[in-house]
Design a protein around this ligand. Structure first.
Ligand SMILES: Cc1cc2nc3c(=O)[nH]c(=O)nc-3n(C[C@H](O)[C@H](O)[C@H](O)COP(=O)(O)OP(=O)(O)OC[C@H]3O[C@@H](n4cnc5c(N)ncnc54)[C@H](O)[C@@H]3O)c2cc1C
Length: 472
């Protein structure tokens, strides 16, 4: 152990290795406060060469490596297992923006760059990097890529996968794959970057990425909508999409119970419309020019939707401050749920057209089975992705003698219906350690065996992020 620490210190310098218990705490505890792992140390390299040397050193001594970005994973993917004796490899000291090529609409950044810093750098260059999510002030590009993060811009710009042009990766055999190409077209064999996007640290350490940039929308208009029902919300989405096309950049939904939790736990927030409406939509439009035209199109659409009974009310933000206030509500949901009680989180997706049926089948079944449970729903409705969170009060939760059995039953009901409707049990948060059992249950043996073959080919000793994602 002493030798390993000494060797790692020689590679990354004195301040690059953390091994005291209090220093390890922020790295071994997960964002939701559900998982605590163990590690010999945290090692923080400053360059791709140092990452490769750390990997070589750990592999030589058969020490597991836990890659870690901003540690905002919602499924325990970024912390080691309890009892593990490995090394956490944190990318937090690799924060350089290596290049911005505005004419090519691309930028190359190191994996430890915080997402919000990348967004700002793009804006400073007159461009737009569209991946946006509640944790953007602390999650890192490497983590976004390793989880193929979604967020609020997917409707218009796609997931992280659609916004990555090239990668640099340190493989488990300590070689460096330099795939930092800034090309939109490159059909030269397998497109290897896609192997690492969404691989959750199982196949290599992403050290840098070339990202796709987009034109910067000079004008944004946000509107808060109250649809008559969830069916009406789906119809309004179709109406907006067919009329606005790519000018519709976000279509986020929450139910009344979710909004109430935000208003209750963040007293500075105000609901733009009557909070008692059953559903709330935050829609955003963006355009590079012609703000007046954009506003007219939106107002005409709202008139149509209100007169046809799809919307009961709507409010259009009339200032940047009002728009920001609407987004503050949206970005406060995860924290509000955490404060409100013990939620059982699900990150499901079904085809958008099936969302009403999903809710009609799952919500009443759970309400009947667990009287007093509250169903909290927030999500990226435009992508068919809901964060569906049955919530117990702390007292109700503590009264269960077998809490795991409750979690398992709620999961079975929710994922069972989602998969029957052609959906998934994990839309954007990944698998981590939270959903390994569901992989076994819902993925086919063919898919699992392909995943095991890929893992075996790259990491035959299973030392990269062990025991996550793929059931053994
Ligand atoms: C408030 C809040 C809101 C969120 N909203 C969303 C949302 O809307 N959409 C969404 O998709 N997610 C969301 N998340 C989840 C989380 O923020 C994302 O999964 C994010 O992409 C993780 O980035 P990170 O840097 O924190 O990675 P970490 O949490 O550190 O790691 C996540 C996984 O990636 C691996 N990893 C990290 N860095 C690297 C690397 N350089 N190379 C190889 N593997 C690596 C880790 O081993 C782990 O398996 C949210 C989280 C919070 C707390």
């Amino acid at each position: 152990m002493k030798t390993l620490l000494e060797q790692l210190t020689r590679i990354v310098g004195d301040t690059g290795v953390l091994s005291e218990t209090q220093e390890l705490a922020p790295f071994v505890n997960d964002a939701r406060g559900r998982y605590t792992g163990n590690a010999l140390c945290v090692v923080r390299p400053r360059s791709v060469e140092e990452v490769a040397a750390v990997v070589a050193c750990c592999m030589e001594q058969s020490v597991p490596i836990q890659p870690q970005g901003g540690n905002t994973s919602l499924c325990g993917g970024s912390v080691p297992l309890a009892g593990e004796r490995g090394v956490i490899l944190s990318l937090s000291r690799m924060r350089r923006i290596r290049e911005i090529d505005a004419a090519n609409n691309s930028m190359t950044v190191e994996a430890g760059c915080v997402l919000a810093d990348v967004q700002r750098a793009a804006v400073d260059a007159g461009r737009f990097y569209p991946v946006s999510l509640g944790a953007e002030g602390s999650c890192q590009i490497g983590g976004n890529i390793a989880t193929n993060a979604g967020g609020t811009g997917v409707l218009r710009y796609g997931n992280t996968r659609e916004n990555v042009l090239g990668l640099e990766v340190v493989l488990p055999n300590a070689t460096v794959w330099d795939g930092l190409r800034a090309l939109r077209k490159n059909n030269t064999g397998f497109d290897l970057k896609h192997l690492f996007i969404g691989s959750e640290g199982l196949l290599g350490i992403i050290t840098a990425a070339t990202l796709k940039l987009h034109p910067l929308n000079a004008h944004h208009i946000a509107a808060w909508l109250a649809p008559a029902s969830i069916d009406a919300a789906v119809e309004v989405l179709a109406l907006f999409q067919s009329s606005l096309g790519s000018q519709l950049t976000a279509f986020e939904a929450m139910n009344a119970a979710q909004l109430q939790k935000v208003l209750q736990h963040f007293p500075e927030t105000r609901s733009p419309l009557d909070a008692g409406n059953p559903w709330h939509i935050l829609a955003e439009l963006g355009a590079t020019s012609d703000e007046a035209g954009l506003r007219d199109s939106l107002e005409n659409l709202l008139q149509t939707a209100i007169s046809s009974g799809l919307l009961v009310d709507a409010a259009v933000a009339s200032s940047e401050a009002q728009r920001a206030a609407m987004w503050t509500i949206r970005h406060s949901v995860t924290e509000a749920i955490g404060k409100a009680g013990r939620g059982i989180a699900h990150d499901i997706a079904v085809p958008v057209s099936k969302i009403p049926e999903f809710l009609r089948r799952v919500s009443p079944a759970l309400e009947q089975r667990f009287p007093g449970i509250q169903i909290i729903i927030v999500g990226h409705l435009g992508d068919g992705n809901l964060h569906f969170v049955p919530l117990f009060t702390h007292d109700a939760w503590n009264a269960f003698s077998d809490q795991q059995a409750v979690v398992d039953e709620v999961h079975r009901t929710t994922y069972g219906v989602a998969t029957e409707l052609g959906g998934t049990f994990s839309a954007e948060h990944g698998i981590g350690q939270y959903l390994v059992a569901e992989m076994r249950q819902y993925k086919s043996e063919v898919e699992l065996s392909l995943m095991r073959s890929v893992k075996q080919a790259l990491d035959p000793r299973g030392l990269f992020n062990p025991a996550k994602v793929i059931p053994q």
